[in-house]
Design a protein around this ligand. Structure first.
Ligand SMILES: [Zn+2]
Length: 90
C-alpha cells in the first residue's frame, strides 16, 4: 500500500501546475478548465486529447512505463515518449 499512498501525493502535488489556458497539445482552451497529464510525455492536455491518447495502440505501453518508473521511485518520470516524441496519430 505504500506505493498507492505515494502515488496519491504525487497527483496532489501536480494539481497546481496543471492549470492551463490552453491544452499543451491541441492549443484549445480546455473544456470546463479540465486538464490532465499526458501518459506519453510531460504535456498537460485537455480531455478530448486524453481520450485520443487512451485509444492509441501505444497507450498501454506508456502507462506500463510510467507505473514502473513510479514503482522505482521516479516521480518525475517524463513519459515513455518524452524524448523520442509522440507516436504517430497523436
Ligand atoms: Zn487538447
Amino acid at each position: 500500500m505504500k506505493y498507492l499512498n505515494s502515488y496519491k501525493n504525487f497527483e496532489n502535488m501536480e494539481s497546481d501546475s496543471m492549470r492551463r489556458e490552453e491544452c499543451d497539445r491541441c492549443k484549445q482552451p480546455p473544456i470546463n478548465n479540465t486538464t490532465t497529464l499526458s501518459k506519453f510525455n510531460k504535456q498537460v492536455i485537455c480531455m478530448p486529447c486524453k481520450e485520443k491518447e487512451q485509444k492509441h495502440p501505444k497507450y498501454r505501453t506508456a502507462c506500463d512505463a510510467e507505473e514502473e518508473a513510479i514503482r522505482n521511485g521516479d516521480f518525475n518520470y517524463p513519459g515513455r515518449f518524452h524524448r523520442i516524441g509522440l507516436p504517430e496519430g497523436l
